[in-house]
Write a protein that binds this ligand. Sequence first.
Ligand code: PEP
Ligand code: MG
Length: 755
Amino acid sequence: MKTKALSQAMEILKVVRKITESSDLAQVKLEKVTKAIAQSFKSDSAAFYIAIDNNYLELFAAYGFKKDVNNKVSLRFGEGLVGDIAKTNRSMVVKDVLKHPKFVHIEELEDQQYKSFLGVPLVRRSRCIGVITLYSKKTREYTPLEVEIMETVALVLAELTSSEEMATFRNRIIKERGFSGRERIKGLSLNKGYGMGIAIVHHRRQMVNKIFAEDKEKELRRLNVAHAQMNEDLDEKFNATKLGIGEHTEILDAYRMFAKDKGWYKRISDNIQSGLTAEAAVERAYEDMWNRLSGTQDTYLRERLNDLRDVADRLQSYLSGDYKDPAKQVDSDDIIIVAQNLGPAELMDYDFKKVRGLIIEDGTPTMHVAIVAKALNIPVISKTRGLFEEIKTGQLLAVDGDENYVYINPSVSVQERFKVKLAEKKKLQEKLLELRNLASKTSDGTRVGMYINVGLAFDLDYIESTNCDGIGLYRTEIPFMAADAMPDVDTQTSYYKQLMDKAGNKKVIFRSLDVGSDKLLPYWSNMNEENPAIGWRSIRITLDRRAILRKQIRAFLRAAEGKELNVMFPMISDLAEFEDAKETLLIELEKEKKKTGKTPKKVNVGLMIEVPSVIFQIEDILEKADFISIGTNDLAQFMFACDRGNPKLTERYDILSSPFLKIMKYIVDKADKAGVYCSVCGEMASNPIEAMVLIGLGYRNLSASGSSFGRVKSMIRSINVSEVSEYVQSLLKSSQKSLRPQLIAYAYDHGIEIY
Ligand code: PEP
Ligand code: MG
């Protein structure tokens, strides 16, 4: 640094030190620092942003703006100029902000009057913890020297931001005004996507006022009429909702059967015979069922109870003659439903073309309404404690299912951002649709096999919509988890056959049952292990309970009759385990040959690479296996000894770091040398930047989730493999905790599409 610049830096740092060491309140310190920096750089305005949840930047202090903007501006990492700095961890100089492709207008900052901009990230342990920005009304170019000075100042500001005093202040502000009191509430996303609309607060229960009735016949007649009318309306509603096949339709059909169930109707009639009004008789029938089932741990039965509450409420409102179409409560084409709880049929009460979001306070990922909402592409947020009480019908709401937030009465700038996001998403979807018929080839002509991961029946639709090369992972445990008893060979055969038929001539890789740990079967008692992730799970269970494995293999063999069958075993820890499982498959194959003579045309047996021990036997494994597939979710969990389901650890290690990438390279190199088919089916293949690295390491087959398929394909079509390989390999020596910032910056610099 030149002497003049150095002395300017020293000057600012002296001022900053003086302010930080003063006895001023934290907020005052931040404001004074921001002002001092703006003045020192002869800029008109400055803003000090602090990162929240490694995900958002909140403006905490500002200088030079007309209005009070503190805590009124928040930006997602990657959003706008400031968000981009946080995402790439790189400083940015812009001569004309309005012309910059990343510029997003922020109403509160009146930023359209500014010309030039300098922004610098505050970095700590490779993570962006804040951003400091300068604005100038006149066109000027902040010089490289000024950037250097600002970066030096940013080092001190990063220290200040992470001091105990500032952390306490920041947490207090979050709590007090916190994005909750004011306008933003953090929840848990059950389905991704954005939506904005007018709130309809969905109230369920009706109180039963009159309990006893004199005239039983009259009550029975009332029940009969209301029951018939309700079912007629339900039939009409469901038939009008064309959803295609999948779990969601099964759920709605089950609900419809439930509403028509003769046993339930009889119980209500019996209650009327004992002297109750029809409404009270419905309530009693519900309570009896609730008493029997509410103690169960069984999620399937608990969901059924939810459905029953829904049907009971509906019937009661038909009985009292005040059944109102809830959708008519507000006159808007964009609505957001806010409910404590919601049954799948209740969702159907609304015109789903108008539903832009769902907020379900007591929601869980397995609840039926979440599955239906997914099929309808509606974002869903749950676990928003207290929101149901707080929101009134008619308020404006915005739901961000990607980042888990609900905005109440969002400010103009948040509304503008949502509009931009929605428009971007629409454009992206159109673009991805266009990609469907284009080859999955890199810009320098390398073909990358693109497969999808399938679990829910709903995922099957992606085979057609993505035009993928096949199914790289079929998680067979999902239908086992959705059933209420262990499916027998015939039932399994029909599941698998349905899948094979849908896939046509495309490759399908079946994975044998991978239960245990976080994937529990409702009809098996909880095993209560101390360390379930490394406990009795997956192949360990199916080898010990061999009949389960044999039956499943029989179903695979039958479903793939006359076709190619690919089966892989999960969680294999050594060669002997793989050979044992493979032997079981070969014995079953022989038995089928003898018994029916009907077998698949070809059988390939492979395994998932998830447990690090097999990597030390990889050469022997590759001699015996027809293919391998890397389960990066579990492999990373075991490599870093880091529970994949623990939210406290999600940020601790990055798979985009030297140890993990070296292992991934080692595996693909060995597979290539042995000439064995190798793919990646963990989440790593579903994230464009990570998939880019995999291709750079040498992987040529990826299996991604259907919903991220288009984004990964788009990335593939925009990369040059030899350049990416060279860059990725040069990073392997790095000792940095995370290589993500460099890789993102590389992608930006090379026009690689990583939405
Ligand atoms: C994995 O572990 O990466 C994997 C694909 O399997 P699952 O996520 O089903 O454990
Ligand atoms: Mg796994």
